[in-house]
Ligand binder design. Structure first.
Ligand code: ADP
Ligand code: MG
Length: 603
């Protein structure tokens, strides 16, 4: 990596925050963090452009933490995010960075959550508010959210807010924030409208853009597995087991803590594995690398910095267990295999939200990365059986089996069974604790889609989440990685092939006269009620109102959220449609939408 900064300490962060980062296991700043943190600490406005997964949250969250006056229980920073999932994620991240800041309060506010609870939490006083534009507007209008003490405003995923039709709301909010404040805008892309907003509301912003340098990667087979249906750890061991010509591997994760956790788990599964991270001193590090060279270790789990420059020819595989921050890091990582003229293998785990990064890596390295089909249980069994047979064959070729042959004959006679049965019993003994078959079942094909967020996907209340232990997989990383993808409208054309099932028509109080477009309605409904956009049926745009078809059997919670949802600042007042105004001006519908699958999750 060309990151000029290796350590958070070089960025001007306070000792207490550095301690927190060390505890969380962040070893070094990502490129966007290294560039943005000093600028934001200086109080300057900023436009940050970098892809999903590059660490933008900490890039703004860490400087925010430095500014907060805990004694002042008034909102001092406001972060706008396009979806409630993101609002929760960002709030969780902020909370984790506030580990050593007693009394710190961050409050996520988003549609679909009860006003009573939000009002209570707001009145209790929070230092940072993270919210979706609609709900924030609402609270500003009701004067339940006061921004008089605001120091910093962050627009996170600005392009996504634009895509979802929230940009007017964002401007509305920007117009009502105190004149004196710092503004940071983050976006993966920089469409014209976002530029315009930046020009209008940011003051002499500094721009940071993380670009992807191109580089060629030779003689390395590159594949990726899209994380789904199975824990990364289980997938990893399955893959490693059936990979041909596996000799040794370096597995890359993002945090120091994750190196240790994964090393322990792999060791528990019988692998000779160890962690390699910045906490180890030079001597210990060299020892780990020596052991990998000599074969005392087969797997090393490393962070980017710790693995820099490792040259161990027997490394046949590099696994990107956590996706790298940028293409340069990717190229560096996979360069640890395929050394000394051997062919190497690079395996990349990609969460649904990281698909864009995958494509960027492909472009930057100018080489396609093929999808990897996860080995089935049968594949693993076959591989284990083949290995077992080989071992038996080796022994058969050895001399001096007469003694044992005699014992087998005796057992067969005494038990009145054939030699085959005796052999089977001996096989079982030989494999005790090392089963040839993996227990359990292959993951079922992805579950039938449901229109409303199911319980597991629906964000629990923030307080509830804080108490829930994280899945053991995730270590210190926030918990959202395996959570379902949030609606992305560019992927799912709104008029796509409809599912089948009963639809109910609702009326809403916004129409063409409000400047509303179909995408605004879809965006608001998807976001506020947690309905995936593809389950939203036909939309009829009239002048003063509109109709929208939604799957029958809507849970009360979602219905309530939708009564108060706003589109372009106007409460939509969603209710079942009774008749319609005389047909004029009705939008032409295209396509019926029916659900093939059961439309609602069992709740
Ligand atoms: P983005 O907002 O750019 O999509 P996130 O801020 O959500 O990216 O970060 C992606 C992941 O990387 C998160 O799991 C986060 O905890 C992790 N992460 C961010 N910065 C660091 C760091 N410096 N060291 C280790 N992990 C990090
Ligand atoms: Mg982000």
């Amino acid at each position: 990596m060309t990151t000029p900064v290796d350590s958070f300490a070089d960025l001007g962060l306070s000792a207490s925050l550095l301690k927190t980062l060390a505890e969380i296991g962040y070893e070094s700043p990502s490129p966007i963090q290294a560039e943005c943190i000093p600028i934001l600490l200086e109080g300057k406005d900023l436009i940050g452009q970098a892809q999903t997964g590059t660490g933008k949250t900490a890039a703004f969250a860490l400087p925010l933490m430095e500014q907060i006056d805990v004694k002042l229980t008034k909102p001092q920073a406001l972060v706008l995010t396009p979806t409630r999932e993101l609002a929760i994620q960002v709030a969780e991240a902020l909370q984790s960075y506030a580990k050593n800041l007693p009394g710190f309060h961050v409050l996520p506010i988003y549609g679909g959550q009860s006003y009573t609870i939000q009002l209570k939490q707001l009145s209790r006083g929070a230092h940072i508010i993270v919210g979706t534009p609609g709900r924030v507007m609402d609270h500003l209008e009701r004067k339940t959210l006061n921004l008089d003490n605001l120091k910093t405003m962050v627009l996170d995923e600005a392009d996504e807010m634009l895509r979802m039709g929230f940009i007017d709301d964002v401007e509305w909010i920007l117009e009502r924030t105190p004149a004196q404040h710092q503004t940071a805008l983050f976006s993966a892309t920089m469409p014209e409208q976002i530029r315009r907003v930046a020009q209008k509301y940011l003051v002499e912003p500094r721009e940071v853009k993380i670009k992807s340098a191109t580089a060629t990667v030779a003689a390395i087979r590159q594949v990726y597995w899209q994380v789904s249906g199975m824990h990364k750890l289980d997938a990893l061991t399955r893959i490693l087991e059936v990979e041909n010509d596996f000799d040794a591997a370096i597995i890359f994760v993002r945090t120091k803590n994750a190196t240790v956790e994964l090393a322990d788990k792999l060791a528990a599964r019988g692998y000779a594995a160890a962690a390699l991270n910045g906490d180890l001193n030079q001597q210990m590090r060299e020892r780990v690398i020596e052991q990998l060279k000599s074969g005392a270790l087969d797997i090393v789990i490393a962070t980017d910095v710790a693995a820099r420059g490792i040259d161990v020819p027997r490394v046949s595989h590099v696994v990107n267990y956590d996706i790298p921050y940028d293409t340069e890091a990717y190229v560096h990582r996979i360069g640890r295999t395929g050394r000394a003229g051997r062919t190497g293998n690079a395996i990349l785990f990609v969460a649904p939200r990281e698909i864009r990064m995958l494509r960027t890596i492909e472009r930057a390295t100018r080489s396609p990365i093929a999808p990897l089909t996860l080995p089935s249980r049968a594949d693993v069994t076959n591989k284990r059986v083949a290995g077992f047979k080989e071992k038996v064959a080796e022994v058969l070729n050895a001399e001096g089996l007469d003694f044992f042959a005699n014992i087998v004959a005796q057992i067969a006679e005494e038990q009145d069974v054939g030699a085959e049965e005796v052999a089977a019993a001996l096989c079982q003994m030989a494999q005790e604790g090392k089963p040839l078959q993996i227990p359990g079942e292959d993951p079922a094909p992805t579950r039938a889609p449901t229109p409303f967020a199911t319980d597991s996907r629906r964000p629990a209340s923030f307080a509830e989440r804080e108490r829930k232990p994280r899945s053991d997989e995730r270590g210190d990383k926030p918990r959202f990685e395996e959570r379902g993808e949030r609606p992305r409208f560019e992927d799912k054309p709104k008029r796509a092939a409809p599912p089948s099932g009963d639809m109910v028509r609702y009326r809403i109080d916004v129409g063409r006269d409000h400047g509303v477009q179909v995408k605004d309605i879809v965006g608001a409904i998807a976001n506020e009620a947690g309905i995936e956009s593809r389950f939203i049926g036909r939309i009829g745009l009239y002048d003063e109102s509109s109709t929208v078809e939604l799957p029958a059997g809507m849970p009360a919670e979602a219905a309530n959220a939708l009564k108060r949802t706003r589109v372009r600042g106007v409460p939509i007042n969603l209710r079942p449609d009774e008749g319609r105004p005389d047909g004029d001006g009705e939008r032409k519908f295209d396509g019926e939408r029916k659900f093939k699958k059961k439309p609602y999750a069992d709740r």
